[in-house]
Design a protein around this ligand. Structure first.
Ligand code: HH2
Length: 275
């Protein structure tokens, strides 16, 4: 399986690691660490050295309770970082739900748009359609401000899968070919611990959507619930979660701790993928 991702063609024969670069003052695990462009670019280069296959640059926190940011502020945070990295050897994704920033980011060399609202904003499908960029369509129930208040599903796996199937169809109708599409069940986005565990257990079912599958569990609150640890101390739990996700079919894992994840996946790959 191949993912067309801007000027890159990524083979999904082994699991890929997407390194997270948050240029935000308030992200839940690394907020405030890389708020200026220079620090964010230095962090991104470190993640590339550690073996990141892709980078994801975000200028708006979507953690539970996060306040939205304006387009101007998000552009100011993201574009300089993207411009510094886009010409390099690793595809750069932009984590945004704003069509205006999607367009500018792709023009500046972004190889992927990672949208927690699955291109549902007005003009978002069109912003990606006639470009070479890949897109990650993620499921979220509700809005970041209130999504963890009372998430509810009759059958979380069926509902999230059904939603992502509809968004893949909408993207295809808009002219985005399947080999440019990634889906992601959106761990922690309007989901209780039980919902997240059910999704992780049944992740393989998402592969039948026929597009690439991403999972983002790194340092998330569900791991805090299971271990009692703060976000920076959730590395070991994050590695366990990444391995389970890959074992259950994820082809891309979105992580903060690239070196540790690469080591764990090197072992997984040696055992699971015959040369
Ligand atoms: N999780 C976060 C943000 N974007 N995108 C995808 N596709 N999947 C995810 O699971 C996902 C995502 C939240 O993590 P982070 O970026 O570290 O935190 P914040 O939203 O607080 O910046």
């Amino acid at each position: 399986m191949i993912l067309q991702c801007g000027r890159f063609k990524l083979t999904l024969e082994r699991p890929l690691v997407m390194g997270v670069v948050n240029v935000t003052p308030d992200s839940f695990s690394d907020g405030g660490l890389h708020t200026d462009a220079q620090q964010a670019v230095a962090h991104a280069r470190r993640l590339i050295e550690e073996g990141a296959d892709l980078l994801d640059i975000g200028g708006e926190s979507t953690r539970p309770g996060a306040a939205p940011v304006t387009l101007d502020e998000e552009r100011r945070r993201v574009l300089p970082v993207l411009e510094a990295l886009a010409g390099g050897g690793v595809p750069v994704s932009v984590d945004t739900r704003k069509p205006g920033l999607m367009r500018e980011a792709i023009a500046a060399g972004a190889a992927m748009v990672n949208d927690v609202t699955a291109l549902t904003a007005s003009g978002a499908l069109e912003a990606v359609a006639n470009t070479p960029a890949a897109v990650c369509l993620m499921h979220m129930q509700g809005e970041p401000g209130t999504m963890q208040v009372n998430p509810s599903y009759a059958d979380v796996v069926r509902e999230v899968r059904g939603y992502l199937g509809q968004r893949v169809a909408a993207a295809e109708t808009a002219g985005i070919a399947r080999d440019r599409i990634v889906v992601d069940p959106g761990f922690g986005f309007g989901k209780t611990l039980e919902h997240n565990l059910a999704l992780l257990r049944s992740l393989a079912e998402f592969r039948s959507l026929g597009v690439a599958l991403m999972a983002g569990l790194s340092r998330k609150a569900m791991l805090g619930r299971l271990t009692g640890r703060d976000p920076q101390d959730r590395v070991h739990a994050s590695i366990a979660a990444a391995l389970l996700a890959v074992q259950n079919g994820a082809q891309i894992v979105r992580v903060h701790d690239v070196a540790a994840t690469r080591d764990a996946l090197a072992v997984w790959t040696a055992v699971k993928i015959t040369p």
